[in-house]
Design a binder for this molecule. Structure first.
Ligand code: KIV
Length: 300
């Protein structure tokens, strides 16, 4: 089932058709609609490539690893998120753009979260922000929402807490863990999050959360039953190919294609096959134009 509106066939006609959080928040699969498609993007060309094919673009803090080669998302800054958020908003017209709040920019207090999120909203023009955390973030989510900032929640494996988890293992393995994640999902939904990302939990838990909460769940390594799916675009197209998480399906090998292209270019330069005269500029002889005689009728 296609969810691309008829008027989104070209970028020009899509101008007034950007999906809103209202559109997204209504998309429970239990209402008989197709699952939502979310993907991350961090740059202008990627945003342009995604725009007509996805419902939402998430400017994820995963950019710490995919773009900046960091070891985790913990060292990503608000300024980085804003710069990449601007590129994505500028280069998309239809998809709803959501920007991740980076570690340390929102956890201390609702007021601090508001200050950071307001900067993200004002400086990027995105539609909403995403925050990791469960029940402990409920007050903050409410605070932001009351002040006009829509929030996407994020429960299960929350990578900004990698040090507390001691790694990136799937969550919800014990009954107590599963109970807590379910309570977290309910808490952020009750607080007003318009969607909740469920990351790397055991499948039955993600399925149960999807059935339990009234707003859409967006799964990543979660369950086909979720109301939408999100992946890191670099994983999907094979740009990030150092390793492939189990929950990723790769649709292209862009990293390999890039290496092959660069190797061919290097080879051409070293062997003198590039550039050729076809790639050079030469002066073209200037044409001398004779003054045209005026028509008789206009002669005085
Ligand atoms: O930062 C990120 O890319 C995410 C994932 C859920 C896609 O938060």
């Amino acid at each position: 089932m296609s969810t691309v509106p008829q008027n989104a066939k070209s970028n020009a006609s899509a101008k007034s058709a950007r999906l809103t959080i209202r559109d997204l928040s209504a998309r429970k699969v239990s209402a008989g609609v197709a699952p939502m498609v979310w993907l991350t993007a961090y740059s202008a060309p990627t945003a342009r490539a995604l725009d007509l094919h996805v419902d939402a673009i998430l400017v994820g803090d995963s950019l710490g690893m995919t773009v900046y080669g960091m070891e985790s998302t913990l060292t990503v800054t608000l300024d980085m998120m804003i710069a990449h958020g601007q590129a994505v908003v500028r280069s998309s017209e239809r998809a709803c753009v959501i920007v991740d709040m980076p570690f340390g920019s929102y956890q201390a207090s609702p007021a601090e979260a508001y200050k950071s999120a307001a900067r993200v909203m004002a400086e990027t023009g995105c539609a909403a922000v995403k925050m990791e955390g469960g029940a402990e973030m409920a007050e903050t989510i409410r605070f932001l929402l009351d002040r006009g900032i829509p929030v996407v929640g994020h429960v299960g494996l929350t990578p900004q807490s990698v040090n507390r988890f001691g790694g990136y293992r799937a969550q919800g393995r014990t009954a107590a863990e599963a109970k807590k994640i379910m309570a977290d999902a309910r808490a952020v939904a009750d607080a007003g999050a318009f969607a909740v990302v469920v990351e790397k939990t055991l499948e039955p838990l993600a399925r149960a959360i999807t059935a339990a909460i009234p707003v859409p769940t967006i799964g990543i390594g979660a369950s086909p039953a979720c109301d939408g799916q999100v992946l890191v675009v670099d994983d999907v197209i094979g740009v990030f190919d150092l390793f492939k998480p189990k929950f990723v399906k790769r649709y292209a090998e862009v990293g390999a294609a890039m290496r092959a292209a660069v190797a061919a270019y290097a080879d051409d330069v070293r062997s003198g096959r590039f550039p050729t005269m076809e790639h050079c500029f030469v002066a073209t002889p200037q044409k001398t134009t004779k003054k045209k005689a005026l028509p008789k009728s206009s002669r005085k």
